[in-house]
Design a protein around this ligand. Structure first.
Ligand code: GRF
Length: 237
């Protein structure tokens, strides 16, 4: 949806700027996020799983009151599976290549239901969720993205941030709607971009903050501290 705004340019000439403010598809009413019956997490990951590890560690340290009911990976070679095994956490490989798109989503849904998951945590999950899946888990799916959304959505956030020359990037934790990286923003944390940054150095600094903040925000969600109205998420800490 496009919102037209009239703005005055530097030269004093009136110009019309088009500001893209996406609306949240689906439920538009105020929703209190007190819908968590329990504190069971279902973590969806595709690869390295360092955010999964930060959640495991945070639970082990007693900082996050939650339990990881299942780790689901679409990639049989994901390091995230090794992390789950190492910590005695149930895990499933649901390989997207063995299913149609809807069949893939239905298999994930069935596993989440089987393990009585309350909150779905996307931790480097590289597949786009189907609208029917998102609708079935409305405001019970959370994602972490390594940029200050809505800048640099997609899978090359650091590369895009460096190519654009931004001086500050960071991380965004958001509830998931039917768009890609576009759902209600729950939390953001800024990270300075250095002149000599590579994708690796920048992602390394952002990742340190991801590991600090993702478990905390998951805790806020489970505690019912997050509510959603339209596309705005509010946190009552
Ligand atoms: C993280 O940078 C996260 O923000 C993004 O994917 C990456 C996953 O890393 N969604 P890891 O698998 O958790 O190490």
């Amino acid at each position: 949806m496009f919102d037209r705004q009239t703005t005055r340019s530097q030269g004093g000439i009136l110009t019309e700027a088009v500001v893209d403010i996406p609306t949240v598809k689906g439920e538009a009413d105020a929703i209190s996020n007190d819908r968590f019956q329990g504190r069971n997490l279902g973590v969806l990951a595709s690869g390295r799983g360092s955010n999964l590890q930060s959640i495991i560690d945070s639970i082990d340290r007693g900082e996050l009151d939650a339990s990881i009911a299942v780790v689901i990976c679409n990639n049989p070679g994901a390091l995230a599976i090794d992390r789950a095994k190492e910590h005695g956490i149930p895990w499933r490989v649901i390989d997207h290549r063995s299913f149609t798109k809807e069949g893939f989503m239905e298999a994930i849904d069935a596993a989440l239901v089987e393990f009585e998951v309350d909150l779905v945590v996307l931790a480097g999950f590289m597949k786009v969720l189907s609208p029917s899946f998102v609708g079935g888990w409305r405001w019970r799916i959370v994602n972490i993205h390594p940029s200050l959304l809505p800048s640099f959505p997609g899978s090359h956030a650091h590369r895009d941030a460096l190519a654009h020359g931004v001086k500050v990037t960071g991380l965004t934790i958001h509830l998931v709607d039917e768009s890609v990286d576009g759902g209600p923003i729950t939390f953001q944390y800024p990270v300075e971009v250095h002149e000599d940054d590579s994708e690796e150095t920048l992602s390394g600094r952002v990742l340190i903050q991801e590991h600090i903040w993702y478990p905390r925000v998951i805790g806020w969600l489970l505690d019912g501290k997050v509510s959603v109205e339209g596309r705005i998420a509010r946190v009552n800490k």
